[in-house]
Design a protein around this ligand. Sequence first.
Ligand SMILES: *Cc1c(COP(=O)(O)O)cnc(C)c1O
Length: 426
Amino acid sequence: MKFNSLSNLEKNVDLVEAAIKGTAKDGTLYMPENIPTLSKEVIDQIGKKDFHDTLVDFLHPYFETHFDAAGLKEILLDAIDFPFKLAEVKKHLFSLELYHGPTLAFKDVGARFMSRVLQKIKPDNKKIIILVATSGDTGSAVANGFYEVEGFEVVLLYPSKKVSKIQEQQFTTLGKNIIALEIEGTFDDCQNMVKKAFCDETLRAKKNISSANSINILRLLPQMTYYIWAYHQLKKPFNICVPSGNFGNLTAGILAKKMGLPINNFIAANNENDVFFRYLKNGKYEPMQTISTLSNAMDVGNPNNFYRLMFLYGDDIKNVVKEVSACKISDKKTLETITKVNDIYNYLLDPHGAVAFAAVEEKVDSFDIPWLFLETAHPAKFKETVEEAIGKPIPLPKSIEDTMEKPKKSILMGSDYEKFKEFLLS
Ligand SMILES: *Cc1c(COP(=O)(O)O)cnc(C)c1O
């Protein structure tokens, strides 16, 4: 399989190039040159044969230039060595819990898969520096994904005092090949420093730098995994609601459907950052200034994967609305939903899952075909919000408790690019 940029200006790009570059020169994202569809026999086998073999059926077409089926399966077994879980919150409405990985958020799936594939396909004896600016979740998933993976160093920039204590501990206590730069500035400053580095030819001539954000094709493709797992468990078609920020998750679900996975309909749940909601309403795509909300991993004003999603629907909104609807949920509603679901169903939601749950309640009348929603982070990662909603303390999982005890190691730095560059060159 080769990859094309969405602008079609770059064609026949090899997996390695697409993965290491991340985006095409003109800034558009890479997509597979075609979307394979699986035969009815293969789809019928889901739930009957081994889950990881089914994953290989879906993913191997994209990787066959570099891996045989056994090699890909080995990577999948190593990357996804934690469970997904389905919890029936109320009749025919299931929470698909994606937060049982090392950093307690679904981004573990993409980050762990990506690091292991990159390690195998990168040119020999090249050390790669992964640069990542983070406002929280991405940093911990990427740091953990690449932790102790040979040939890589992660340099992670985060805004000092602007991430939660849990998040900070998750990426500053690892050490070894993970370096945390605590930037005296905002998340935008961090992102600008990283962007400048990617445009800096003198730096790039000396160091191999790469990115690991969600626009990378190696993070998108493995996110089909949990949709496939849900079908493997249920063995019947379902609908699904996806709490969305950059729209990587939703795009991966649609991709799985295009390949033949029997998913019926999707709901894209937005918080106040409602670009997609408005797009479905009036047909206009209007990026916006980001608004801070309680479901902060979804605070995205210009979702990167929007054009990938449109590509899968032939760039025609009429095709989108046949399968995808959207819903917008306020912070007030998010809190009320956490409270209500805890009181009535005795189930603890995190703010992102709560946005999705509220969207299902608002949009869905019939549960004849089961509905699922993605529960993308462990409630304990958003301890303050969840405790406020339910009015009592929640216990931390053991893994977070251990992390909270470890000493923080970070390098304090201003938001000046030249200092940052000097550091990278040293
Ligand atoms: C990143 C993230 C999202 C949004 O996912 P996208 O793929 O960017 O739409 C939702 N919830 C949590 C907890 C996240 O970390």
